[in-house]
Design a protein around this ligand. Sequence first.
Ligand code: FES
Ligand code: MG
Length: 592
Amino acid sequence: MTESEKPKRRLRSQDWFDNPDHLDMTALYLERFMNYGTTPEELRSGKPIIGIAQSGSDINPCNRHHLELAKRVRDGIRDAGGIPIEFPSHPLFENCKRPTAALDRNLAYLGLVELLYGYPFDGVVLTTGCDKTTPSALMAASTVDLPAIVLSGGPMLDGWHDGELVGSGTVIWRSRRKYAAGEISREEFLERALDSAPSPGHCNTMGTASTMNAIAEALGMSLTGCAAIPAAYRERGQMAYRTGKRAVELVLEDIRPSDILTRDAFLNAIRVNSAIGGSTNAQPHLMAMAKHAGVELLPEDWQVHGYDIPLLANVQPAGAYLGERFHRAGGVPAIMWELMQAEKLDANCRTVTGRTMAENLEGREATDREVIKPYHEPMRERAGFVVLKGNLFDFAIMKTSVISEGFRLRYLQEKGREGIFEGRAIVFDGSEDYHKRINDPALEIDEDCVLVIRGAGPLGWPGSAEVVNMQPPDHLIKRGILSLPTIGDGRQSGTADSPSILNASPESAAGGGLAWVRTGDVIRIDLNQGRCDMLVGDEEIARRKAEGIPPVPKDATPWQRLYRQTVTQLADGATIKNAEDFRQISKTPPRH
Ligand code: FES
Ligand code: MG
């Protein structure tokens, strides 16, 4: 680092390593970093100290290659005149943590806040990938407000089985229908799933992982093109190097998350989510990130700003292709380029590149129109989330980009009443109840039923589970009815292709309307009015309230108890209550 490149202001880390007012403490801090060969000269050189928040480990296989990528991040940090210090963040592995990784998003957030606040970092590289690693890292970066940049790990290579593209998660939902219909064996089911995962990386569909990394890029928090590069491509290591370099420059230029994460940036993210056919999990995560960024985001913003945006990405589950082809077609910048040309993007937003989004997107037009469609010739018009309310909940969303033609014709255009549907409720208390009874002939489930699941929200599960995409009973699947309308206070996997009504808030366990619905009630869904109601009189609802809320499982761990005591509803991001009071805390250094 030349004299002219040195920071103009005193760095935060100097309060630890070069503090004349606390010589004893400076000596103590310096002394312990020596034991793996770091020199006092380095730590006292005034070079930015850049944390690498390492999200990869053996229990987060989706992010595990970050252990290798971090070496290229370190190279970049060193070449730009910084000092890297890598540390582990709480692992978040989506598909294996029971009862759900959703419990751990706020725990990982808390852990990262403490690390970034309490140790001598001037900036941080956030390594992300698997679903909740991205929102938890960005939530913490906002609270602390150190210069921060996201490095996605990238998706796996495309999965193939018998000449067919098989995508993460989506293959499971599709195969379980084939299995129920008697079309494939148990072995075939497993082989299809295993073939969907051919390399390191996160889910190769536009599930929650690819969605959240696309959103990080859309917000301006990663380098241009970072999100979609497959984990195994050479460009991924090159992106790691450039990200490390840029992290140092961010400190020198003093660009912080609070400079980038504006309301306009969040609205851009909502629009990008519609255009990519992104995960319904983006709704609580984006809300949580906005709260910690101190940005007002309204639950209805998804409908107001996102619904009219067309689906442009032909990627599973809403489309046909997977991560490699999406990347080669131009990835997230090509999607944003389309939105920018259609004037559906605030392109003046600042980004971690130091330039505006418009400058980043120059020359980023799509190169493969089979995969990324022009704005005016999309896969589907109006492909964002519908926001619903009624006497069953104050807020829920429905992802319209995955509504199949068959579902649309059967449920939403019947009898000339486009967008309106009535059905008989079949109510399940949690997924065990669903699995036990879905094929019970006594329920007489037919195509005029609505499947309801409750006890699946942040308090009820606890943590909010991805269980709302309930499959119809086997006898209906054998007749070709592959999905029924479903409603729940839980979530569904971003890889699911079900047009469910989900994230219902307040949840049943918090006394929301779902607690009072009974099997046999008629539910009316009106997408035009944004309503979802049980056709049950107020007096009868009042009578049912006296019966009490359906039971939920006891706390099984200390954190579950703390989580339940502190968590908000999905409409509000399922954040820690009042944690948004803590903002830009790196301005006040911790006491010695
Ligand atoms: Fe980790 Fe999908 S399970 S990215
Ligand atoms: Mg998930």
